[in-house]
Design a protein around this ligand. Structure first.
Ligand code: AMP
Ligand code: ZN
Length: 142
């Protein structure tokens, strides 16, 4: 982290640079963009994680849609799967393997992975996350 805060003419100029979370910052006291999951990753919002590795964080969803509802979140800020590049392919694999581990931790429970990519299809947090849903019979989607 590099933090820099200076007072100029009564206004506070605050710039925060994070290598993993470059997407939120304050300029002239105005929040340009915020990402709730980046804040969780940075520890700015306290949360109890289910799993925490170098690249991946798993949280319990605050509004669970199933008895088991985890969110698998990459620590790197990527808006959705459309933002992934070749360099992120290992991470993509890690996210899926995290789902496998979560099932293992729950006695091999069957599960559904759901990823919303874009506001029109239901994405409300613009930091890619995999919904891990389990613990009850889920409705057919199609
Ligand atoms: P989506 O609609 O796919 O973007 O899903 C966002 C999910 O994040 C929703 O299921 C929310 O309940 C969940 N959520 C939002 N904020 C938090 C938080 N601070 N901790 C855990 N889950 C959250
Ligand atoms: Zn983010």
């Amino acid at each position: 982290d590099a933090r820099d805060s200076k007072s100029r003419g009564g206004n506070t100029v605050s710039v925060r640079v994070r290598s993993l979370a470059p997407n939120f910052f304050l300029t002239m006291g105005v929040v340009m963009e915020e990402c709730i999951f980046c804040k969780v990753v940075a520890g700015d919002i306290s949360s109890k994680s289910v799993m925490d590795t170098d690249n991946v964080l798993v949280l319990k969803d605050i509004a669970p849609k199933a008895p088991i509802h985890y969110l698998i979140i990459p620590k790197k800020h990527l808006q959705d799967l459309r933002s992934f590049e070749d360099i992120d392919s290992n991470l993509a694999g890690e996210l899926l393997m995290t789902a496998q581990k979560l099932s293992e931790l729950n006695d091999g429970v069957p599960f559904r992975i759901l990823i919303n990519n874009g506001h029109e299809v239901g994405q409300r947090v613009n930091h890619v996350h995999l919904h891990f849903l389990a613990g009850k019979e889920l409705p057919e989607l199609f």
